[in-house]
Design a protein around this ligand. Structure first.
Ligand code: SF4
Length: 289
């Protein structure tokens, strides 16, 4: 039997909707899941029908931030969530805006927020739904993480979550994990130009991967690539602190990056950096091709 899903968009740029459409095996997915409503794909009902009366549904996907004065089909988004939350088994916040407020926490709507968090701060209004919520942050989401999570729910697998309700299987890693530039990071060899194959983007170009939880270098985008592999810094889009400013530069104090890899004390960083910088490894300072 197909699992019934409602894709409900709050205040959103639809980036998550489009990212989901890039999932490589969407035809197989649609054999196992039915969208009772999706903003783009064929759906069982129209948006008006969805909000007029609560339809049978297993999982609510919320994409985008929520606000007191934001409506879908003339109905307040929060009241739609309240109605469906009574019957669905699970709620997934899809993307960083639905999870943390993201970019839209700075919009002109009234008190825009994620479903459970505003930045890193817990919000009370939907506290009673916490036990049935899973967060999949990302701007946009990595579609495979959403699909894999939906299949895990369908199979009734246990899904361990972190403190932001994100599946540990995907968010216990840092984005730094699996980057092909790790050797350059270890020996402090900088990248000199965006897009080039050599060098690490942490020291000068603002790469936030060492302190960003996510699987971008474990599950590749379109099964092909990631930002850091292609020569662009990680912007930390899965975190409660997103968005930050000056994304292409590394903020430093006395030459030391302001934000260090998760769990690494400044003293340990300075000791290791001092040792590794002393080695000049010719191979790492040459062009790869
Ligand atoms: S570019 Fe970013 S992800 Fe890659 S090794 Fe450097 S810090 Fe890590």
């Amino acid at each position: 039997m197909k699992t019934k899903i409602l894709w409900l968009s709050g205040i959103s740029c639809y980036g998550n909707v489009h990212s989901f459409l890039t999932y490589s095996h969407i035809d197989i997915f649609l054999n196992d899941f039915e969208f009772i409503y999706h903003p783009v794909l064929d759906s069982t009902y129209t948006l008006s029908e969805i909000v007029q009366s609560t339809k049978e549904c297993d999982i609510l996907l919320l994409d985008g931030a929520v606000a007191d004065d934001f409506q879908r089909a003339d109905k307040n988004i929060k009241s739609i969530i309240h109605n469906y939350s009574k019957t669905v088994k699970k709620i997934i916040t899809v993307g960083t805006c639905a999870t943390f407020g993201g970019i839209f926490q700075y919009s002109s709507y009234k008190n825009p927020t994620g479903l459970h968090f505003l930045g890193e701060n817990l919000q009370d209004e939907f506290l009673h739904l916490r036990a049935k919520t899973i967060s999949i942050s990302g701007c946009p989401i990595q579609p495979e993480i959403l699909v894999n999570t939906l299949y895990s729910l369908k199979q009734h697998f246990d899904i361990p979550l972190d403190s932001y309700l994100r599946p540990k299987e995907y968010f216990a890693y840092t984005v730094h994990n699996g980057c092909v530039r790790n050797e350059y990071f270890e020996y402090k060899v900088d990248n000199h130009r965006f897009g080039e194959l050599e060098g690490c983007l942490y020291y000068d170009h603002g790469c936030q991967a060492p302190y960003t939880n996510g699987s971008c270098n474990k599950i590749l985008w379109n099964e092909v690539n990631s930002k850091t592999r292609s020569g662009s810094p990680c912007f930390g889009c899965t975190e409660s602190t997103f968005p930050k400013t000056n994304l292409f530069e590394t903020k430093k104090n006395m030459g030391v990056p302001q934000y260090l890899p998760i769990g690494v004390p400044k003293r340990a960083y300075l000791s290791i950096a001092g040792v590794t910088k002393a080695f000049k490894i010719d191979r790492l300072n040459k062009k790869l091709m």
